[in-house]
Design a protein around this ligand. Sequence first.
Ligand code: PHE
Length: 343
Amino acid sequence: MTLNAKITEIREKFLQELKLAKTSRQIEILKISFLGKKGSVQSLMQNLKDATQEQRPLFGKQINDLKLEITSHLENSLKRLLLEEETKKLENEYIDVTLPGRKHFWGRYHPITLTMNKMIDVFVSMGFAVEIGPDVDSDFYNFEGLNFAKDHPSRDMQDTFFITDDLLLRTHTSNVQVRVMERFKPPIRCIAPGKCFRNETISSRSHVFFHQVEMFYIDENVSFADLFATLNEFLSKLFKKQIETRFRPSYFPFVEPGMECDIKCIICSGQGCRLCKGTGWLEVFGAGMIHPNVLKAGGIDPEKYSGYAAGLGVERLAMLIHQINDIRMFTENDMRFLQQFSL
Ligand code: PHE
């Protein structure tokens, strides 16, 4: 191929590639591939070497002209692209100083935390100590030590999230009872607030994740009457007024006798609404006299000591205090809801 043909070919190839280059970076790459040490223009020097003495000045000028032409194209494109890029960058970084500032929100406690703290305050004022148990616990503390025999149908009452055969997410705060009995001698007057987990269908009244405050008292001669008195005192302190309660006999393996406590639905004043399923009453806790087998499991002599226990649902109480008719609101993280609660 003659030098002229080669020059034409390189020029055409260059102009074609230049058209495709859209960024300053691509221009730099083009520059290297055409004008660099190993670039196409440099490769023409071979022709120069092979040329005769007479041809050489002309060839040299032709190559040089091509170099100048390519250089000037590259410089023009680079200038244009750099300007475009700079303009785009500035546009993106544009700050409208006339915009109003962003509002900052103060953090605040979750309504469940607020209610739980209130419950703790009331119990502490009544002489109860606070103990915390684990959310992930063994079958023994959640079931077996609480008089749930293995394979006993009463375990079906609580659809449990098992982690292994022996490890589970606690289904109630009652798992703290035997733990505390193992560590302390009566008199024991204790509450245990915390999270609980049950594999239940989520509805306006129940959730797979909820909170309880366990409350129990063990001493000589503790009676059912003490339990009633304590619960009534607690409720009137919590609601700051006399609360109508209803106690129904019920079954929990770890208490005997056992009962459930309902309080009159504050939302509908007992008329019947979605929250109380039209009954006018809301179940807020289970309670009863601690079963002798549970005292034994905790190393306490049931001949000498007796005790009562109750497990209070924090969500239910929070719903009543704040007139919330759907338990799901607590876990939806809707700021419009959460911002309504404060200390
Ligand atoms: N642990 C029971 C529940 O979660 C409530 C309860 C606690 C009942 C203590 C009796 C005594 O349903």
